[in-house]
Design a protein around this ligand. Sequence first.
Ligand code: ADP
Ligand code: MG
Length: 940
Amino acid sequence: MGALGDAGDTSACDNGAVEDQDTIASASIPTTVTEPPAGYPAAWEEDAVLKDGFTVRIRPIIPSDAEALQDFVKGMSTESSYFRFFRVKRELTEHELGEFTTIDYRSHMALIAIADGRLVGVGRYSSIDARPGNAEVAFTVADDMRGHGIGTLLVFRVAAYARANGITDFTAYVLSDNHAMMRVFRNAGFSMSREIDEGVYTVSLPTEESASVLSAESEAERIATAASLMPVFYPGSIAVIGASRNKQSIGGRLFNNLINADFTGPLYPVNPKTKVIRSIPAYKSVLDITEPVDLAFIVVPGEYVLDTVRECAEKGVRGVCVISAGFSETGDKGVAAERELLEIVRSAGMRMVGPNCMGLLNTDPAVNVDGQFGPIVPLSGNVAMSSQSGALGLAILDYAADLNIGISTFVSVGNKADVSGNDLLLFWEDDPNTDVILLYLESFGNPRRFARIARRIGRNKPIVAVKSGRTSAGARAASSHTGSLASLDVAVDALFAQAGVVRVTTLEELFDVTALLANQPIPKGPRVGLVTNAGGPAILAVDALESQGLVVPQFTADLQAELRSFLSDDAAVANPVDMIASAGPDEYRKTLAAMLASDELDSVIALYIPTSVTGVAQTAVAIREAAELAPSDKTFLAVYMDSAGAPTELSSELASFPAFPFPERAAKALRKAVDYAEWLQKPVGSSVVFDDIDPDAASEVIAAAIAGTDEAVWLDPDGVDTVLGAYGLRIPQSATVSTADEAVAFAQGVDGSVVLKVISPSAVHKSDVGGVALDLATEPDVRNAFEQVTSAVPDPEGVLVQEYVAGGHEVLIGMFEDPNFGPLIGFGLGGVFVELIEDVSFKIHPLTDLDARDMIGEVKSGRLLEGYRGGPEGDIDAVVEAILRVSALIEDHPEVVEMDLNPVKVAPPGHGVTVVDARIKIRPVQGRWIPSRSDQPMRL
Ligand code: ADP
Ligand code: MG
């Protein structure tokens, strides 16, 4: 096909100058596909937010889009048409329309963008048999819709689709003066090469999701999401629909809070039954308000919500916060209603918080939005928070106020129909008022998106999360070691640990950690200095710190001498510094100053018990003043053990630090802060590529095993060997036999002794039923063992004869696909005892080299591989490599859902590892697993 050929070609064009605007036609186009054609990939329907905060719907094209496509082409400016078709084309022929809209979604694909019921952009590719893996691409955006980022978005999505369908390279033909199109390709982060011939660039770009593509895409996502939430957090005007004169009602309370907080813009109460609320004239409908409305709170009974939101859409409201309940939390009918609500919100390009939530607030004095109905007036500060539970949200605000934790923004996300926790993270990422982010989570919309976003944000701002409940993993029946181990809450733990999220289990811990992170520098390391006026609590404190793995180092002679110079002879100065009960303000001031100035410590804890009535206030002042002078590389906290709580003298504007009532809580909070610091300091690691693997050999085995079935199946032993072998995982010499004679024949060809294992569908763990016989050196041994193992089960299907691998440690490397989190990879020691010990590390695939090494360090028994107490050393490098090879296998073969290499025998350093028992479960998948882009599946 010639590059300058007929209109049916796929020359790429986009973003010319805007002209001929008057020619734009508009046929309304359905956003929802009710009767999808064959092969229609519904998973690619999506509502995407653009960089200026507006939303478009993206979906695959269908035949009935022909009319809208024709209108789109008719509306193109002369230049656009020229760039797209390399000549001016006013309309498409019937044949072309058919070809462009009736596609197979594999070799030919087109995604369209819809805004305001109009087709506003097309991105397509078509591949030809002659060049497998390659496709020609073209992109076009309506002239009046340029500059919103639609072209870039289509490039990302079409490339992602192509990637998922085995297309590795795009070719685009671009006229040399179509600079805008070239800019879109470049902005999308694709590494491209181009050649020019007669004024036409041939641009080649790999569809690979390289680091630069990923970062360009993340950046676009961040800017777009944050912009879309601006009207929600920084509204110029607010309507309260369902505002009420009744001060007890929710509508009354919310309206009052907004007034009492002095919202800086105009506030419009809407209530058809009232004329005036708190001296402000009320409107019958949001449509009666003549001025623009940015944000509307909706506090009407559930059955009126849809109509009310429709009116908001008509009015041009940018954001809604739906307090009203009666949606997906109530069952099937509610789910349908919520879907309809979302449809209204998205087609209007609005954003929605809720439904079924308690509101939101932004304490920034630029707006002062207190849009929640609780009785608490929160303090303004640097902590942002989202809560999935409304009631808990109220309690949390209350608690935060008590603990002097100031809030920047708070959102009760309710059912998260539109605005999700992930969206909020993107808003807070760049929010100058927020230093610490708190999340109360009950479920994840899209854990993979969370991981990606959290990992990036965590580098700059700590994220502290409470995740209640367990994953759905707990409910499934597990038939492998890895599976039963993974049924704990491990996916969430793994996700948080890899993304640097500080996970806490109780609300108390949430606030303790937050009070520390929000007020103090992150500790540089684990060394803690302690000063006290009472020996007993100091011992408790040291115990608590050490049991958290923190270090209470003995001070150097110099530091001890310095302390001794002003402390009494009875004082202990080695750390903890026990100044004894008579110590007063002066001792605290001087000791703290010396400890804070010392480079022997990372954190300093002032522990104080009021022992007499005198000097209490002065001591509090002295501790505070020492904290005010603390250098910025020291973390300072107090433990103030008084049932009346810490006195007001202890805090000031200059020195904000947490004062805990008990040493244990201080120790726990400090541990979390140190963990976070360690995560920050950790190098990121790199992914490892193996060039000695043979993915095709594995694919063949897998394809054969699942041919003709929809079910998950276990690979047979030969298949397992081939797949492991293809990924460079060493297996013992082995054969499947059906008679004792064959077993003997094989054994004679093996150097040392052999092992016999029965092959049987009923025996999940063969040794449990006597189906394994080890270390067989002679022919009679082999014959006896054959009898023994085959009679151990009712359904022997054959016997596996294996070379016996003597000695060495036994480790487990496993994999389990969590339905929400994707593949988890596990590592542990202990062979058959692994479940008993439950000492296993899990991480979310894919792994970096450092992840794999960390896994060994994370299991307590991992030290056995280092030759603990005279035991044999193991080849740790080979274990790390084996874990990474498993990760590579999973990456290439999404059919693998469960895998158990147990045991892997670990020889001494330099001698590698051997997988002596393995089970691999596979199931058919359609194409590759595709990460969903948004948090909500977009089948509307
Ligand atoms: P299962 O896990 O079904 O009970 P395995 O094949 O793992 O069966 O065998 C049980 C145990 O026997 C292993 O944990 C290991 O200790 C030992 N074993 C199995 N195969 C070998 C072998 N080829 N060389 C040495 N030991 C083996
Ligand atoms: Mg086993």
